[in-house]
Design a protein around this ligand. Structure first.
Ligand SMILES: Cc1cc2nc3c(=O)[nH]c(=O)nc-3n(C[C@H](O)[C@H](O)[C@H](O)COP(=O)(O)OP(=O)(O)OC[C@H]3O[C@@H](n4cnc5c(N)ncnc54)[C@H](O)[C@@H]3O)c2cc1C
Length: 317
C-alpha cells in the first residue's frame, strides 16, 4: 500500500513517528514523503521515496504547497496521507482534505483495526472523552498524528530515492518574505531525555524541582493539578489534555497517577515514583518506588549527586 507522509521542515524527525503509523495501517507500506525544501535531507530516514519541488516553497505559501501536493497526487495515487499535527501540518491538512473532498481526522493518538474498518482515536473536548472515528469518504484516508505518541524506533533506516516533482509550482505572487527570524522557543518537554515531573504532593514546593532537574540535566514537567493551580504554564503539562512524552527517565514526584496523566506517558524507558503513598496508582507502573516526602527526596538526592561529583573531581585530579 502506498502511503504519503507530509514532512514539516521544522520537524523532519517526526517522519519516523508517522512511518510507525503507516506500518500499523498495513504490513509492508511503500512510504513516500513530500518536503517543500529541496535541500532537506532527512537523517535516519524511514522513507522509500522523497518528493521535493524544484525550488523551495515557503511554509507560509499554503496555496503553493497544496498545489505541489496535488501535482504529486495527480500522477501517484495514495491510500493514506499522514500529516504531523504540528502548527504547519494543522494548517495544511484541512485545506488539502477540502481539495481532495475527503475526510480528515486530526490529532490521532491511536488506531485500531475493527469489524467496522479502521478506527482512528483522538482526544475530544479538551480530553474529556476519546472519540473513535471511522472515515467513510472515498478519497485517501487522511489524518494528522499527535507528536510523541507513536514510536518508530524499531523501524529500519533507509536511504530514500529522491524524485523531483514534475510540475513546476507557481509561488503565490502576493506573498513576499521580507525577513525571517527564528522563533525563541520555550523548551519542549516532548524532546527531553530526562523529565522530573511534579504533582499535587509537591505543589507548595514546586520550585525545588528545578534543583533536582539541574543535577540530572533534566527538564521539568507537571501534572494538571500544578497547571490548574497557576504555578506553571500548560506548555509543560503531561497528560491527556497536555503533552505526550517519551523520555528515557521520568521521575514523578507527588503525582498520584490518574488515567489522564498516564495517558501522556508513552514508551518511557524508566519510571521512578516518589510518593508518600506506596499504593498510589502510578507506583504500579514504576521501575522504582521511593516511599516518602518528595521535598526530602530532592534535598537528599541532589546532595548525594553533588557529593559524588565532588569526589569524582577529587579522584580525577
Ligand atoms: C478531562 C480531564 C482531562 C485531564 N487531563 C489531565 C492531564 O492532561 N494531565 C494530568 O496530570 N491530569 C489531568 N487531569 C486531572 C486528573 O484527573 C488528576 O486530577 C490529576 O492528574 C491529579 O494530579 P496529581 O496526581 O498531581 O495530584 P493529586 O491527585 O493531588 O495527587 C497528589 C499525590 O501526591 C502524593 N503526595 C502527597 N504529599 C506528598 C509528599 N509530601 N511527597 C510525595 N508525595 C506526596 C499523594 O499521595 C498523591 O498520590 C484531567 C482531568 C480531566 C477530567
Amino acid at each position: 500500500m502506498r502511503i504519503l507522509i507530509l514532512i514539516d521542515s521544522c520537524h523532519p524527525e517526526l517522519t519516523r513517528e508517522l512511518s510507525a503509523v503507516a506500518h500499523e495501517l498495513t504490513r509492508d507500506p511503500k512510504l513516500h514523503g513530500i518536503a517543500f525544501d529541496p535541500t532537506i535531507s532527512p537523517k535516519e530516514s524511514t522513507l522509500d521515496i522523497l518528493h521535493t519541488p524544484t525550488q523551495p516553497i515557503p511554509a507560509v505559501d499554503q496555496a503553493a504547497i497544496i498545489s505541489a501536493i496535488l501535482s504529486l497526487l495527480h500522477t501517484t495515487p495514495f491510500k493514506a496521507i499522514l500529516v504531523p499535527a504540528t502548527p504547519f501540518g494543522r494548517q495544511i491538512a484541512p485545506r488539502l482534505a477540502m481539495a481532495l473532498h475527503t475526510g480528515l481526522v486530526a490529532d490521532v493518538t491511536q488506531i485500531q483495526s475493527t469489524e467496522h474498518g479502521l478506527v482512528m482515536i483522538r482526544p475530544a473536548y479538551s480530553g474529556k472523552l476519546m472519540a473513535s472515528i471511522v472515515n467513510t469518504a472515498d478519497g485517501p484516508l487522511m489524518m494528522s498524528i499527535r507528536q510523541g505518541v507513536f514510536s518508530g524506533d524499531h523501524l529500519p533506516t533507509k536511504t530514500p530515492s529522491r524524485h523531483v516533482l514534475a510540475a513546476s509550482v507557481q509561488l503565490s505572487p502576493g506573498i513576499r518574505i521580507l525577513e525571517s527570524r527564528p522563533k525563541t522557543m520555550t523548551e519542549d518537554i516532548r524532546q527531553a531525555k530526562i523529565l522530573v515531573s511534579g504533582g499535587g504532593g509537591i505543589q507548595h514546593h514546586f520550585k525545588e524541582l528545578h534543583r533536582l532537574a539541574e543535577v540530572l540535566g533534566a527538564s521539568v514537567s507537571a501534572s494538571r493539578r500544578i497547571v490548574d493551580s497557576g504555578i506553571v504554564s500548560r506548555k509543560i503539562q503531561v497528560g491527556q489534555s497536555g503533552k505526550t512524552v517519551s523520555p528515557d527517565l521520568y521521575v514523578a514526584l507527588g503525582i498520584s497517577g490518574s488515567v489522564q496523566h498516564i495517558e501522556g506517558l508513552r514508551n518511557i524507558k524508566h519510571l521512578v515514583v516518589v510518593n508518600t503513598n506506596p499504593n498510589a496508582p502510578l507506583t504500579a507502573l514504576a521501575d522504582l518506588v521511593v516511599e516518602g516526602d518528595a521535598v526530602e527526596f530532592i534535598h537528599r538526592f541532589t546532595e548525594r549527586i553533588r557529593q559524588r561529583d565532588a569526589e569524582g573531581a577529587t579522584h580525577g585530579r
